[in-house]
Design a protein. Structure first.
Length: 238
C-alpha cells in the first residue's frame, strides 16, 4: 500500500534536501520518490544526508514536468504554505494522511512539495485535487523542505497503522490523466461556442478547475460530462 504513495519534489534547488527527504520517507515506510526538474540531480551530499535511505534515493524517478510525476494517480495533494487568490479545497495534515490511505488501495496517489523558496506555482497547484497546509507557528512558519516531508509522512504512517478505523473509498474516481483531458476538452468546447477567447482563457478556466476539483466527479460522472461536451461540439459544427 505505501509503495503506491508518491512523494513528489518540484524543482528542488538543494541536493541535500533531496537526501534528507529520502531519509524522512524511509523512516515512515515510504519509498516512491519523484523529482520534477531538480536544479541539480542527486549527488554526494544527497547520499550523505540520506544516511541509510540510499535505496530510496537510488530509485528516485527524475522527470521534467509535474504532469509526468502524477500520471496515473487518482488523487493528488499539493502542499501550500499560503492562501492564494482563489481558495482550493483544503486538508489538515491528519486529514491528508487519512485521505491518501483511504484511496491508495484504488490507484496510486501523490503528495507534492514545491520549491524551497516559493513553493508550488498556481498552475502546479491547479493540478492538485486538494491542498494541505501545516499549521505552523504564524510568527515563524518557515519549515525546511525535509521537515515538511517528515511531518506529512508521519501523518501518512499514522493513518496507515490505524487503517482499520478508516473507511476505504468505494467511489471510482478518474485518474489525473483523464481529468486533464477533460479540462482540455472543456476549454476547446468553450472556445468553439465563444464563451471564452481561445487566446485568453483567463481566470474562467482556473475557476472552472476549482469548481470541478471541489465537486470531484466520479468516473461515470466525468464520462457524462465528456458526452455533454461532445454533443455541444457537434451542435456547434452544424
Amino acid at each position: 500500500m505505501l509503495e503506491n504513495i508518491r512523494i513528489v519534489l518540484v524543482n528542488t534547488s538543494h541536493t541535500g534536501n533531496i537526501g534528507s527527504t529520502a531519509r524522512a520517507m524511509k523512516t515512515m515506510g515510504l519509498s516512491n520518490l519523484y523529482l520534477v526538474d531538480p536544479v541539480s540531480e542527486p549527488d554526494g551530499k544527497s547520499s550523505a544526508l540520506a544516511a541509510g535511505a540510499g535505496d530510496v534515493l537510488a530509485n528516485a524517478k527524475i522527470v521534467s514536468r509535474l504532469e509526468e510525476a502524477v500520471a496515473g494517480c487518482g488523487l493528488v495533494v499539493g502542499t501550500s504554505a499560503r492562501s492564494r487568490t482563489l481558495s482550493w479545497p483544503m486538508l489538515e495534515p491528519r486529514g491528508c494522511g487519512e485521505k491518501l490511505i483511504k484511496e491508495v488501495g484504488n490507484y496510486p496517489v501523490a503528495l507534492v512539495f514545491g520549491r524551497e523558496n516559493n513553493g508550488l506555482t498556481n498552475e502546479e497547484l491547479q493540478q492538485c485535487h486538494f491542498h494541505v497546509c501545516i499549521p505552523a507557528n504564524p510568527d515563524y512558519s518557515s519549515l525546511n523542505l525535509a521537515a515538511a516531508v517528515q511531518t506529512l509522512c508521519y501523518e501518512i504512517r499514522m493513518a496507515y497503522l490505524n487503517q482499520d478505523a478508516i473507511e476505504t473509498e468505494e467511489s471510482e474516481y478518474p485518474l489525473n490523466d483523464d481529468i486533464e483531458r477533460f479540462y482540455v476538452h472543456l476549454e476547446s468546447t468553450l472556445s468553439k461556442v465563444q464563451f471564452i477567447n481561445p487566446s485568453h482563457p483567463g481566470i474562467v478556466m482556473t475557476r472552472l478547475r476549482r469548481l470541478f476539483n471541489r465537486a470531484r466527479p466520479e468516473s461515470q460522472e466525468l464520462n457524462i460530462l465528456r458526452g455533454i461536451l461532445a454533443s455541444i461540439d457537434k451542435a456547434a459544427e452544424k
